[in-house]
Write a protein of this length. Structure first.
Length: 500
């Protein structure tokens, strides 16, 4: 790849367990994973659960499951046991921040000792009044450093008295600069940076502090995350310097957001944008991964359909776009259809059967219509048109039930008479009744029926197809007869003839 690797690649995906995994989160994980896989590096997961007010029980397990479903192989010992739960092996991940509090306390003391951080005892009321006054003066809200002037003795007395406090970063004078792989050189006047809270009153670190400590200790080489964190990166750079870790600073890479059709950030509040939503709708994992990686990454080729192996081979951070990608359901459906079309029937059966079993029409089907061989015949016919597993059988329910409605008007081809229509049905019956089971194949049926149709195909094939399906739109009569089998095909032809 074009981006020079100066040290072994170690990347991380660090979700917060506050709900379902957003597709934007999966894309961020995927970009990290592709870089690690391309460069022979390590991809790990770190659960950032220090905001206890937003913690959702079970969210971590579901997010890890979504990663595994999406083909993002979590490194450093992530395995699933027989019950489906994630287990930790050896000294490896997932790393959970709430279990690392003593580590953060150790490093916050370093900042307090060297004057890069200070205790703040300001109450919520005072902070609110301060911000209101700043806004009234048309100033950007920012902590006024009242507590920065406290002496060591004052701080000790307040702590001894039990006064609640937070610990803030003391932003130095001057400017902060860093390079971002996507956005290039970034320079910020430190006067615009607030004295960020590093340790909250409950003793838990904020994101800004914990992320720097963890990335350093885990030897992260590249911090790849959503562009919304670009504005916070100067604080992180300041922390690297304050902790004496400037030489170990990772490369930063901020990924443009996924946008809706109004070119606004695709929000969780819009609904239907979690990985679970798309999994439940029956989109193949490979299709969703293919779709989302192209929302912000341009392979610089005409190729549009990718396997995971192809993505790993072609991936390059230099091909990430600054502009956000537009989420287009039509394009997702097109990509999904291409992936399903390229599957083996065995794979499609394995992946699609759980969705088919949820359909009421399948639950009421007779046993001979639910066998593996029968369902695979249905899938063979439907495969090229499917966009999701959830669609299997839905538009062709006549394959699973004999309760179909056929009348004379539907059977008639254009202006043909009843006699002509009945004659066509009888001819189809005569042709098919003598066809052996051995020749009852897709190709065999097409050959014999096309020969019987002659030049006036509509006159012959329309009544046959309608008799077999009861629908105006369906697969070809050859495909329908092949799936249904000889006995059912002849029975439906006789039923259709009875309409006249």
């Amino acid at each position: 790849m074009t981006q020079q690797m100066s040290r072994p690649v170690r990347v991380r995906f660090a979700p917060s367990p506050t709900g379902e995994l957003h597709i934007g989160g999966l894309r961020t994980a995927l970009i990290n994973y592709l870089l690690a896989a391309k460069e022979g590096g390590v991809f790990l997961v770190r659960i950032e659960d220090t905001d206890r007010t937003r913690f959702v029980e079970g969210a971590m397990e579901r997010q890890l499951y979504d990663l595994q479903w999406g083909g993002v192989a979590v490194a450093e010992g992530m395995l699933r046991n027989d019950s489906g739960a994630f287990v930790q092996t050896g000294d490896y991940g997932p790393y959970i921040q709430s279990k690392r509090l003593s580590i953060y306390q150790q490093h916050i003391q370093t900042l307090l000792d060297n004057g890069s951080a200070y205790h703040c005892f300001c109450t919520a009321d005072r902070l609110s009044a301060m911000r209101a006054a700043q806004i009234a003066r048309k100033e950007a809200p920012k902590y006024d450093r009242t507590c920065c002037a406290l002496s060591a003795q004052d701080v000790a007395q307040k702590i001894a008295a039990g006064d609640p406090y937070v610990i803030r970063l003391k932003v130095p004078d001057g400017t902060t600069t860093f390079h971002d792989i996507v956005f290039g050189s970034v320079r910020v006047d430190n006067a615009t940076i607030d004295d960020q809270i590093l340790i909250k009153s409950d003793g838990f670190p904020t994101y800004h502090f914990a992320v720097v400590v963890d990335d350093y200790l885990m030897k992260i080489s590249h911090v790849i995350r959503a562009t919304e964190w670009l504005a916070s990166t100067p604080k992180h750079v300041i922390l690297y310097h304050a902790l004496g870790w400037a030489d170990a600073m990772p490369q930063f890479c901020h990924v443009a957001p996924i946008l809706n059709k109004d070119k606004k950030k695709l929000s969780k509040r819009e609904g239907g944008v979690s990985v679970k939503d798309f999994r439940d709708q029956g989109y193949p994992a490979a299709a969703l991964v293919n779709f989302i990686i192209l929302l912000g990454w341009n392979p610089k080729t005409t190729q549009e359909i990718f396997t995971m192996e192809e993505l790993i081979t072609q991936f390059d951070l230099a091909k990430l776009n600054r502009a956000g990608g537009i989420f287009d359901m039509d394009r997702l459906n097109w990509i999904s259809r291409a992936h399903i079309k390229g599957m083996s029937i065995d794979t499609l059966y394995r992946e699609g059967l759980p969705f088919l079993k949820k359909q009421e029409f399948f639950a009421h089907a007779t046993a001979d219509r639910t066998t593996e061989d029968y369902v695979k015949r249905v899938l063979t016919v439907e495969q090229d048109r499917l966009e999701t597993y959830q669609q299997i059988g839905v538009y062709n329910q006549f394959f699973f039930t004999d309760d179909i409605t056929v009348d004379k008007e539907m059977l008639r081809w254009k202006t043909n008479t009843d006699a002509q229509t009945c004659e066509a049905l009888q001819r189809a019956y005569d042709v098919l009744s003598v066809l052996s089971e051995e020749n009852w194949t897709r190709d065999g049926l097409e050959q014999i029926l096309m020969e019987a149709a002659g030049e006036r195909r509509g006159d012959f094939l329309w009544p046959l197809r309608t008799a077999l399906t009861g629908e105006k739109k369906s697969p070809s009569p050859f495909d329908c007869a092949w799936v249904l089998g000889k006995d059912v095909t002849l029975q439906r032809l006789q039923r259709a003839q009875a309409c006249f």
